[in-house]
Each structure stands twice: as structure tokens, then as C-alpha cells.
Design a protein around this ligand. Structure first.
Ligand code: ATP
Ligand code: MG
Length: 466
């Protein structure tokens, strides 16, 4: 290792030993590459750890007072990023194992081989940097995949995804509007997951469920004795969401007094608990959701216009499912897998007829209703393929009435069939043609896979078997 130029921040090594000669000997050996600090016992070491960003803690095991293991435990708890290496003259394997169990990076016996120590520190620092880099990469990956729970390839949903991607990294308030069951809460969660606050809390409050007085204390908390029944001080959702995201669901339903208070919080970023006067500051990202037309509520005088503007910095509209029927086959496929997994069943196939019926039905309950329907079909369905007969009667009847004129011709089943075929081919490629393993990956029986492949042969998609 060459000398480190002085303008680069050198890693800090803290040497802890009750013997002055050992401390100074190690210091001489290490000071060429590191900024060295010294401590003669565990307490002084903890002070140094608190004051400096110590990269490596090099501590003797046997010391008067708190010993090396005790110091290691406290250092690990308070400064988890610090690398700990222990030294001892009494090199017993048991102590070494104990130290490693407690999170020590390594263990050296005295007299210390200085070349070995130098290499050890260098390696430890390198592996810590690598871990940090991996964490960063993982965070980037998470952000790429944070939206995987939201399904849809209709132009409307693609626009929603674009807005989520743009808004998530910012602190802007988002207003999500759409009828019940269109995925508003899911969108709010995706924004949180893709934001720099992802590691912080995600807190949702359903504003319509609470009476006005309760809502205020739910949001802002209360002091002990603030009202009858307030037996102890309680934190509100604003405080609980500190450092994270707060979703105010069904925002249209909050009463005028709470609207005023909310507006003030958004303007000043601070509030008081009910019955308290100590101002509390929190760092939250606010998302509001509603299944009502909030602008219409403003026009009716039921919702404050200034609050509406505060909330509506970024607006996301989720259209009813009936206005994006193109999403239905993909959603069916997604829910089939999800429900099968939850119910411990193999993933069933679904016939184009059944998908056509489901696509034609107008879904007043939107995606939630579709999901519940698929769940029912998976649980009740027999056989490994769901057909039009497995579609609940009411949906089948209404679906039939809405079917496009070219009845019987494949309408939307194509996409699902394509998805299925691609999944099968991908699994076979992955397993290098091994059908048993591919079937296992796909969650279907080997017999079903065999049948599918025969179907592809009769359809001319695959060449006939030799
Ligand atoms: N695009 C989507 N992809 C996958 N699942 C979805 C999608 N949209 C909705 N869902 C599912 O539908 C159900 C309802 O979604 P969510 O609770 O987000 O709706 P909502 O708009 O908040 O409804 P409400 O107004 O009734 O609160 C959930 O189970 C959710 O997982
Ligand atoms: Mg909701």
C-alpha cells in the first residue's frame, strides 16, 4: 500500500489498549496510512467513537473495567458501520469465536504481525465499501421494480406510471382521484416505495371512518386530559409518519374545522397536539386520495379551494376499469397467479371465452371486484383450466349482454394465451428443456405442460413431435 495523499480523507483507526507501549507501537505502524486515535480503556474509546467517525476499532480483549468484548458489543450497537478487530495475548479459540459471533470482523493474537494487521484493515475497509455499494445498487433496483404490484398496459395506466416515476423522487403533495377499487392506495404505496423515504413509515388514515373530533386527535395526537377519555398523551398519525409518507384517504370527507387545521399544517409544516401548545415539526410527504370529484366538492362549497390547491400539486386520475378494458387480461393473469399462490393451488389456465366474458362485464367495483371474482373462481374452480362456466352467473349474464357482436370469435383471449405460451417457453429455456423442472417452475403439473405442448403442435406453433 502506498502513502495516502494528504488531501484524501484518511480512514480513522481507533486503537484501544491499556498498555501504553502496545498503543504507541501500533500507532507508529499504522499512522502512515491511517488517521490514528488512541484510547486507554473502553470508556475513553466510547467517547472517541461518539466524537469521530471511526472506521476501524482495534481493541485489546483483556482490559481493566469493560473488556474488549463489552466494548465490541456497545460499539456494534451504537456505531454499526465501524469495523471491529480484537487483539489479545491470550489467544484462545473460544474467545475468538465469541468475538466473531458478536460481530467482530476478525481477531489477532499478540504479538501482532504488523504486515498482517495492515492487510487485514485494508481488506476490511474494502469489503465494507463493497457492502455500501451493494446497498446503493439494491436501492436502485428497488426503485426500478417498485411498481411491479401495479398491473396495466393501457395508455391510461402507462400515463399513471409515468407520473408516479416523475413525482416519487420529489417531496410534492400528490392527489389521487378515482372511483372505489381502482388502485388508489396501491399507487400511494408505489410512490412511497419509489421515493427517498422508502425506508421510512407509510401511514394511511381513512378520514371518512372517524367523527370530526376523533379525526383531529387521530391526525395530530392529543395531550393527556385533552378531552374526556384522553387518559394519556398519544401521538397522532402526522407524528407517526415522520420521515415517511402520510396517506389521507377519502380526504373529501373531512369536516371544515379539520380542513382549516390541515391547511395550516401544510403551510407551516408544524402543528400542536389537541390540548397542547408545544409546536411539533414533522418531515412528511403527504398524499391525499378520494373517490369523489374533489373539484366538484369545491364548487359546492364543501371543500376549501385553498386546501384543494395545496393538495393538488401533482394529480393522478385512475379511470374506472371499464374505461381501460385492455388491462383486464393482464389483471386476470396476475390475480390468477396471486390467488393460486395464496390458496396453495397450482396456477390454473383460463379459456379465451372466460376472459372475453370478464372483459365485457362493466365492473362497477373496478379492480377490487375483478380480484374478488378471480379469487372465487380459483377457489371454486375444478380442473386446471377455468372456463366460461366458472365465471359467476351474474357476471356471466351481464358480460354476455355486453359481448361484442362477433360472439365466439376470440376477442381478448389472445393476449393471455400469448403470455402463457411465453411463460412456458421461457421456463423450458431456463430449465434447458427439462419438462419436469419447467412444470415445477410454472406451478403446473407435468401432464398439463405436456398437453399444452401438444396443443402448440396441433396449432402449428411447434413442429410435430418426432
Ligand atoms: N393496477 C392494479 N394492479 C394490481 N392490483 C390492483 C390494481 N388496482 C387495484 N388493484 C387491487 O384492487 C384492490 C383495490 O385497490 P385499492 O385498495 O388500492 O383501491 P382504492 O382505489 O384505494 O379503493 P377505495 O376507494 O375503495 O379505497 C386491491 O386488492 C389492489 O391490490
Ligand atoms: Mg383506498
Amino acid at each position: 500500500m502506498t502513502d495516502v495523499p494528504s488531501n484524501i480523507k484518511r480512514p480513522i483507526v481507533l486503537i484501544v489498549d491499556d498498555d501504553r507501549h502496545t498503543r504507541e507501537g501500533l500507532q507508529r505502524a499504522l499512522q502512515r496510512h491511517y488517521a490514528v486515535r488512541l484510547a486507554e480503556d473502553a470508556n475513553r474509546a466510547l467517547e472517541q467513537l461518539a466524537d469521530n467517525e471511526v472506521d476501524v476499532l482495534l481493541s485489546d480483549l483483556r482490559m481493566p473495567g469493560t473488556d474488549g468484548l463489552g466494548l465490541l458489543r456497545r460499539a456494534q450497537a451504537q456505531h454499526p458501520a465501524t469495523i471491529c478487530i480484537l487483539l489479545t495475548a491470550y489467544g484462545s479459540v473460544e474467545t475468538a469465536v465469541e468475538a466473531m459471533k458478536q460481530g467482530a470482523y476478525d481477531f489477532l493474537t499478540k504479538p501482532v504481525n504488523l504486515d498482517h494487521l495492515d492487510l487485514l484493515i485494508e481488506r476490511a475497509l474494502r469489503s465494507r465499501n463493497m457492502e455500501e455499494r451493494n446497498r446503493d445498487l439494491q436501492a436502485q433496483l428497488d426503485s426500478k421494480y417498485g411498481m411491479e404490484s401495479l398491473i396495466g398496459d393501457s395508455p391510461a395506466m402507462q400515463r399513471v406510471f409515468d407520473t408516479i416515476r416523475q413525482a416519487a423522487p420529489t417531496a410534492a403533495t400528490v392527489l389521487i382521484q378515482g372511483p372505489s377499487g381502482t388502485g388508489k392506495e396501491l399507487v400511494a404505496q408505489a410512490i412511497h416505495r419509489l421515493s427517498p423515504r422508502a425506508k421510512g413509515p407509510f401511514v394511511a388514515v381513512h378520514c371518512a371512518a372517524l367523527a370530526p373530533t376523533l379525526l383531529e386527535s387521530e391526525l395530530f395526537g392529543h395531550e393527556k386530559g385533552a378531552f374526556t377519555g384522553a387518559a394519556a398523551r398519544r401521538k397522532g398519525r402526522f407524528e407517526l409518519a415522520d420521515g415517511g409518507t402520510l396517506l389521507l384517504d377519502e380526504i373529501s370527507e373531512i369536516d371544515t374545522a379539520t380542513q382549516v387545521k390541515l391547511l395550516r399544517v401544510l403551510e407551516e409544516r408544524r402543528f400542536e397536539r389537541v390540548g397542547g401548545n408545544e409546536p411539533i415539526e414533522v418531515d412528511i410527504r403527504l398524499i391525499a386520495a378520494t373517490n369523489r370529484d374533489l373539484q366538484a366538492r369545491v364548487a359546492e362549497g364543501k371543500f376549501r379551494e385553498d386546501l384543494f390547491f395545496r393538495l393538488n400539486v401533482v394529480d393522478i386520475h385512475l379511470p374506472p376499469l371499464a374505461e381501460r378494458t385492455g388491462d383486464i387480461p393482464m389483471l386476470c393473469d396476475h390475480f390468477l397467479r396471486e390467488c393460486a399462490a395464496r390458496n396453495g393451488k397450482p396456477v390454473p389456465g383460463i379459456t379465451p371465452d372466460a376472459v372475453n366474458l370478464l372483459t365485457a362485464y362493466p365492473w362497477p367495483g373496478n379492480v377490487r371486484e375483478l380480484r374478488n371474482t378471480i379469487e372465487k373462481m380459483v377457489v371454486l374452480g375444478s380442473g386446471d383450466k377455468l372456463t366460461a362456466r366458472d365465471v359467476p352467473a351474474a357476471i356471466r349474464e351481464i358480460g354476455r349482454e355486453h359481448l361484442p357482436v362477433a360472439r365466439g370469435a376470440p376477442v381478448a383471449g389472445g393476449l393471455l394465451a400469448d403470455t402463457e405460451r411465453e411463460a412456458i417457453f421461457a421456463a423450458l429455456r431456463q430449465q434447458k428443456g427439462n419438462r419436469s423442472r419447467a412444470a415445477l417452475d410454472l406451478g403446473i403439473s407435468r401432464r398439463t405442460l405436456h398437453r399444452k405442448l401438444n396443443e402448440y403442435r396441433t396449432q402449428g406453433i411447434l413442429p410435430p413431435a418426432e
